[in-house]
Design a protein around this ligand. Structure first.
Ligand SMILES: NC(=O)c1ccc[n+]([C@@H]2O[C@H](COP(=O)([O-])OP(=O)(O)OC[C@H]3O[C@@H](n4cnc5c(N)ncnc54)[C@H](O)[C@@H]3O)[C@@H](O)[C@H]2O)c1
Length: 250
């Protein structure tokens, strides 16, 4: 398939998990991918995988919490490829903790990576997306749609992304740009593998966000992303689309 052969994709979080799978998927379908992440080695691994299947990805080490780095990366992408058609705000961090244990630094970091970064990437890329009637996709979470114990700051950032998506969709509704979010449930990635659960948590409180089905694979979320970024999704705008095995259906 070459749904994206004439498209440029600016993706964050391409060193791991969903971002890596999405970069691979879009490149395989012909996109010119400009990938950013703080993890250079992880990006190298993703780039090698893509190169092994005839695609290509340009990478740049970027901390999405740093607005100057975002602006430089967007400018570099436009210089390299001439424009931007697809933006994926995929990079994210999570932490489990009791409310009482959350430090100001942890709160600030979660907000900077999960919410501030996506906003300023939207701000920096929007003129380019308008020029090409492109599309912006934010990776939200079931945690932005439901209350989840022991991840209160993470939930707040993901709730923020949900309404950031809707508000952007409204501000740019008269352009050709489409803005949507995918809200996955659990995905089998390092983000969840690295969760450190406090010993004294009440597991009863967690059943509603563990759900009943197995986690998604990052490739499944990437496939959904590719559909949403494609012309086949031309009428989908301002939507928060769950991919969570029924987690938020109850
Ligand atoms: N894994 C899950 O269960 C799950 C569920 C719902 C939503 N999500 C969301 O999916 C997205 C992708 O997560 P994942 O599961 O693939 O995790 P992951 O840890 O595998 O990948 C996250 C990537 O973001 C990068 N990153 C972290 N901080 C960064 C920063 N400051 N600047 C640039 N890059 C940075 C990491 O280096 C990593 O490559 C996140 O937004 C996450 O919140 C994940």
């Amino acid at each position: 398939m070459t749904r994206f052969s004439d498209r440029v994709a600016f993706l964050t979080g391409v060193a791991s998990g969903v971002g890596r799978s999405t970069a691979i998927r879009l490149a395989r379908e012909g996109a010119s991918v400009f990938g950013v992440d703080i993890d250079e080695q992880g990006m190298d691994e993703t780039r090698s995988t893509i190169a092994g299947s005839d695609g290509s990805m340009t990478t740049k080490v970027v901390d999405v919490a740093d607005v100057d780095q975002i602006k430089t990366a967007v400018a570099d992408c436009v210089t390299r490829f001439g424009g931007i058609d697809i933006v994926g705000n995929i990079a994210g961090i999570a932490k489990q903790h009791h409310v009482a244990d959350v430090s100001e630094a942890e709160w600030d970091l979660l907000n900077a990576v999960n919410l501030k970064g996506p906003f300023f990437i939207a701000q920096a890329t929007m003129p380019h997306l308008i020029e090409r009637s492109g599309t912006l996709i934010n990776i939200a979470s079931n945690a932005g749609l439901m209350g989840q114990a022991y991840t209160v700051p993470y939930c707040a950032t993901k709730g923020g992304i949900v309404n950031l998506t809707r508000a952007l969709a409204m501000e740019f509704v008269k352009t050709g740009v489409r803005v949507n979010a995918i809200a996955p449930g659990g995905i089998d990635t390092p983000l969840v593998h690295n969760f450190e659960l406090a010993e004294d948590i009440d597991f009863n409180l967690m059943q509603n966000h563990i759900g009943y089905r197995t986690p998604s694979s990052p490739d499944q979320i990437a496939a959904f992303f590719a559909f949403l970024a494609s012309d086949e999704a031309a009428n989908i705008h301002g939507s928060i689309l769950s991919a969570d095995g029924g987690l938020t259906a109850a």
